[in-house]
Design a protein around this ligand. Structure first.
Ligand code: ATR
Length: 271
């Protein structure tokens, strides 16, 4: 029998994670034997858990999800330039006894954007939120030759701080302009999941504006519900979720799996 590679996703909560499902589909597609498990781990136990997991010779890697992505960036290992800059890690790879740390969220987002056929360059992009999720995509958006990026956050100072950090790459401000129309509106806040989502009434968007929620749930997210009142081009985070998983899989096994059949499976779960 061929070798079984041990993998998993670490978070808290973890019960509703779709990652085990997604990676089992990738495994079947690529004929690579994996055991991919969800691990619920508390903040204080996180670093010990990582240490113990990789003592197993069959351990190949882990995905890291909320609330551990920041803490994962201090794990002893070689960290990618992007993961170091955003201080967040969602993929750990063990190769020849060495540990490598990456963030595949930004690539997952960009690939999904491409897949959906819209471009970021020359666009006015509004990002709602200024936490870890916002920063994971801001790194890529700020390197995408947009016309202007606006970061809008409930706590204004956090948006201002993040804007300053990324202003070396792109033109960024932290207040909503009523002089210009936004082409792309991205919800990177957890509003709606951890509290009430408040619609942004002062927002002016272009005719074919794209609304994109980084959050995903089988039921419609509050952001998507609001966005549908304004546009036909509304997406939630399912595409990004499957794409970031595909990039993690590539880090572990060198092959980029086909995302389309997996997205179809996820769509079918909503019906
Ligand atoms: P994540 O890793 O999901 O980004 P985070 O770093 O805690 O988590 O950031 C959550 C983001 O969602 C923050 O921008 C937060 O706004 P604050 O900086 O003001 O806390 C935003 N957020 C969470 N609940 C919200 C709500 N009910 N309304 C508006 N913004 C909210």
């Amino acid at each position: 029998m061929s070798k079984i590679f041990k993998l998993g996703v670490v978070g808290d909560p973890i019960e509703h994670s779709l990652s085990p499902f997604i990676h089992s589909r990738f495994s079947r597609q690529t004929n690579i034997n994996i055991e991919y498990l969800p691990f619920k781990v508390a903040h204080d136990d996180f670093l010990n858990f990582i240490n113990d997991f990789f003592k197993d010779g069959a351990a190949r890697g882990l995905n890291i999800t909320l609330p551990h992505k920041k803490q994962a960036s201090v794990i002893d290992g070689t960290i990618s330039k992007e993961a170091r800059y955003i201080n967040a890690v969602n993929t750990i790879v063990k190769d020849d006894k060495k540990i490598f740390l990456y963030s595949t969220d930004g690539d997952g987002f960009l690939n999904d954007v491409k897949h959906k056929g819209f471009l970021l360059n020359e666009k006015r992009v509004l990002i709602i939120g200024a936490g870890a999720a916002a920063e994971s995509i801001l790194y890529k958006v700020a390197h995408s030759k947009t016309k202007k990026i606006t970061l809008f956050n409930r706590t204004e100072e956090k948006a201002e701080k993040l804007s300053r950090k990324y202003s070396q790459f792109s033109s960024i401000d932290s207040f909503i302009s009523q002089e210009h129309e936004y082409d792309i509106v991205i919800n990177a806040s957890s509003a709606g999941l951890t509290g009430k989502f408040s619609p942004i009434n002062e927002l002016i968007t272009s005719e074919n504006a794209i609304y994109y929620d980084l959050n995903y749930s089988l039921a419609e997210t509050p952001f998507c519900k609001w966005a549908k009142e304004n546009s036909r081009n509304v997406y939630d985070g399912a595409g990004m979720l499957v794409n970031q998983a595909a990039h993690s899989y590539k880090m572990w096994f060198g092959v980029l799996p086909d995302i389309d059949p997996v997205l179809k499976d996820i769509e079918a779960m909503r019906e």
